[in-house]
Design a protein around this ligand. Structure first.
Ligand SMILES: [Zn+2]
Length: 426
């Protein structure tokens, strides 16, 4: 089983590599980076001339919906969507049914992935039983079964003592805690960002301060406990600044941003567009700008999608009643390339780093994740940077269609991925 990718430009931030070369894969591993045109015996040859060859992209924040909500997405369709987006490795959030709150559910996801996965999947365990916010899970058992981190995403812990105790266990077990940051007393039943657009639409607002307050509190608790805190889907300028200061003080905290949070504002919700409803909500141009600066100066470590599929009938509701969440896997790279790289905010190298080696570092993913070093697992994405195309909600691998980027003209398109040396056919 030897495959050689010929004629491409290999870009791998983990080893400061950016040159035209051939990539040899053997038995699921990276075997060598060869001078272009080097003869190789007994190898399948894939022509990638004119394309960029990068480590398979990594998304540490997705909702695969299985078990329990397979009508929205499942491990098979969700990892196909990942591959279509250039991703070879994803971490899935625990708000399934049952929640990922026992070792048995962690094992189920890993077994199911082995059967039908088009990408590697790392489950993230819940902090509390059924994500109800009170009784802590058996985090040591979750970790032993394969959980990569702990999170309360979608059901943010409101009680500071519960956060503190969760962090103490996470610190002891060396598991990162990933927090959705929202003071629910301040967001009430809000459905979008508090501000002019919400007022015009007559929709209850979710103020930016609800995120900032939760972030400030959580950072202080991370400082107290020594837990590695990772801030999920940063949406406000306040959070970017708090993260910047916490890092400067040496607190163990990292952060991520989703492409919709820098590429769109709350005006995407005009006409009661439920495909622009997510939590945290789309904010303001000032927040877009702060997130871009945070990505460029290294405050924000990685780019994620918060891929959150919902069925069409669920989104075809009054704005207030529709569920929060949008697709992300198949629009992430093209939106990132178009809005950050083509505009000169991030170099291509830095954008790829934030989608490969940086998320691998943030969650201590297994050796060989996010790199094309010789000996690493042969997870590869091939990108066509010259492609100009239009995002089409009806042409996705996901089971759901809820994307606000439908009709957007973008540049840069993932062509195919290889997972452990195997080309994924879609
Ligand atoms: Zn999420």
């Amino acid at each position: 089983m030897r495959t050689v990718l010929r004629g491409g430009r290999i870009l791998d931030p983990s080893q400061n590599l950016d040159r035209n070369a051939d990539l040899l894969l053997e038995q699921g591993k990276v075997a060598a980076i060869l001078e272009a045109g080097t003869p190789v015996a007994d190898a399948e040859s894939l022509d990638v001339s004119g394309k960029v060859v990068v480590p398979g992209l990594i998304d540490i924040h997705v909702h695969l919906r299985e078990p329990g909500f397979e009508y929205k997405e499942d491990i098979e369709s969700g990892t196909r969507a990942a591959s279509a987006g250039g991703f070879t490795r994803v971490c899935c959030m625990p708000n399934t049914n049952p929640a990922i709150d026992t070792a048995a559910t962690v094992r189920f996801i890993l077994e199911r992935t082995a059967q039908v996965g088009s990408a590697h999947v790392h489950p993230i365990g819940a902090a509390t039983r059924a994500m109800q916010g009170d009784q802590l899970t058996e985090m040591a058992e979750l970790k032993a079964a394969g959980a990569i981190a702990i999170s309360d995403d979608a059901f943010p812990l409101q009680n500071a003592e519960t956060v503190r105790r969760t962090m103490e266990y996470c610190a002891m077990l060396n598991l990162p805690l990933l927090t959705h940051n929202e003071d629910k007393d301040l967001t009430h039943k809000g459905a979008m960002n508090e501000g002019y657009t919400a007022t015009m639409l007559g929709i209850g607002g979710m103020p930016r301060i609800a995120e900032d307050i939760a972030v400030a509190r959580t950072i202080l608790l991370a400082q107290l406990t020594g837990c590695h805190l990772h801030l999920l889907h940063i949406s406000t300028s306040g959070t970017v600044e708090l993260l910047r200061r916490a890092k400067a003080e040496g607190i163990r905290v990292t952060g991520e941003a989703c492409h919709h949070h820098w590429a769109l504002t709350d005006e995407a919700c005009l006409k009661y567009q439920t495909d622009a409803k997510m939590n945290p909500p789309l904010r303001t141009p000032e927040d877009n700008e702060a997130i871009k600066v945070g990505l460029a100066d290294g405050t924000i470590d990685c780019i994620v999608t918060d891929h959150a599929p919902h069925a069409e009938y669920e989104k075809e509701m009054e704005f207030e009643l529709a569920p929060f969440g949008i697709l992300g896997l198949e629009s992430s790279f093209p939106i990132t390339y178009t809005t950050l790289v083509k505009t000169g905010i991030l170099s291509l190298n830095d954008a790829i780093a934030k989608m490969t080696i940086e998320p691998a570092r943030v969650l201590n993913l297994p050796d060989g994740a996010g790199t094309l070093k010789v000996g690493a697992v042969a997870d590869v994405a091939v990108l066509d940077l010259d492609a100009v195309w239009t995002i089409d909600r009806n042409a996705v691998q996901s089971k759901s269609k809820n994307t606000p980027f439908h009709g957007y003209e973008v540049e840069g398109r993932p062509v195919f991925t290889l997972m452990a040396g195997r080309r994924i056919e879609l």
